[in-house]
Design a protein around this ligand. Structure first.
Ligand SMILES: NC(=O)c1ccc[n+]([C@@H]2O[C@H](COP(=O)([O-])OP(=O)(O)OC[C@H]3O[C@@H](n4cnc5c(N)ncnc54)[C@H](OP(=O)(O)O)[C@@H]3O)[C@@H](O)[C@H]2O)c1
Length: 277
């Protein structure tokens, strides 16, 4: 495989997750030294073993992305193990059910068992904001200090389809990912004189642990909502993690995208382009 990321140190948050573990595998295969950062340790330790057994360079680091002190401690260790960070991928993110409504629309007669707008749990809404927005800002604040004054450095945020137009029910996560888009553009401008590029990828609908219960019922059949999603996706299928690899490599490779900053690229089978008619 082409080693286009040789000598690059890439810190990936959420590296234990379905999507970001694939990004980490790909970056390592392209020659990067990959710091696998995650809240829980089991999955990143297994990934470290898997990658090092292949002769690739990767190391697991436990940290919560909303804990500035933990990030600073991990940063010190990464510098010692690999050197300064060239590329940060802010992949840790996700939703909480209590930050969603149970209904798409507020109606006069609602099933009492479903969470209405008025029942939304504000701690969960804050929690989703903290994870997705602060969990992008704090690692950037920590790791971008390595990038100042050095060439070929960049930050890649992971946004979502829900950032452009909010998904029904999904109040907290949609707003938090919209904030991630806004932050991506702010950072791109702010760091432009330093040559640090800041971009985002906005995955469409992928079949992963995070949204399994949204997409399939207990028998593994498509839910009504997932049929709606597929009807809104011109390519007519859910994404698979491999669909993202070209985009997440392009955006961090300075030779390929050296003049690209402040963009949010949808990888969505056409969902964002489709008006429904
Ligand atoms: N899957 C999709 O269809 C989809 C679509 C659009 C956007 N996205 C975005 O893509 C990114 C990855 O999604 P995914 O589907 O791969 O999710 P996932 O499988 O749930 O993985 C998320 C990873 O982030 C880690 N994490 C969660 N909170 C953390 C924290 N506070 N500090 C450090 N690590 C934390 C989790 O670790 P633990 O093991 O500790 O939980 C987990 O390993 C997220 O930003 C998500 O919002 C996903």
């Amino acid at each position: 495989m082409n080693r286009v990321l040789e000598h690059k140190v890439i810190a990936v948050t959420g590296a234990g997750g379905v999507l970001c573990s694939e990004f980490a595998r790909h970056y390592a295969a392209l020659g990067a030294k990959v710091a696998l950062i995650n809240r829980s340790t089991e999955k990143i330790e297994a990934l470290e073993k898997e990658l090092t057994a292949l002769g690739l360079q990767a190391k697991a680091y436990q940290a919560n992305v909303i804990d500035a002190e933990a990030l600073a401690a991990v940063h010190t260790r990464i510098r010692k193990d690999f050197g300064q960070v060239d590329i940060l991928v802010n992949g840790a993110g996700g939703n909480m059910a209590a930050a969603n409504t149970g209904n798409e629309y507020h109606e006069k007669a609602l099933a009492p068992s479903l969470r209405t707008f008025f029942d939304l749990d504000m701690d969960s809404v804050s929690g989703v904001f903290e994870l997705n927005f602060l969990g992008t800002l704090l690692p950037t604040k920590e790791f971008a200090s390595d990038m100042v004054g050095r060439e070929g450095c960049s930050i890649l945020n992971v946004s979502s389809m829900s950032s452009y137009k909010p998904l029904t029910k999904v109040l907290g996560y949609s707003a938090a990912k919209a904030a991630v888009n806004n932050l991506t553009q702010w950072l791109a401008v702010h760091f432009s004189h330093m040559g640090i590029r800041v971009n985002a990828v906005a995955p469409g609908f992928f079949s992963t642990k995070q949204n399994k219960t949204l997409l399939y019922d207990e028998e593994g059949n498509l839910t009504e909502r997932s049929r709606k999603i597929l009807a809104g996706t011109p390519m007519g299928r859910f994404g698979v993690p491999e669909d993202l690899l070209g985009t997440v490599t392009y955006l961090v490779d300075p030779k390929a995208s050296g003049f690209v900053t402040g963009v949010i690229i949808p990888v969505d089978g056409g969902f964002n382009a489709y008006s429904g008619v």
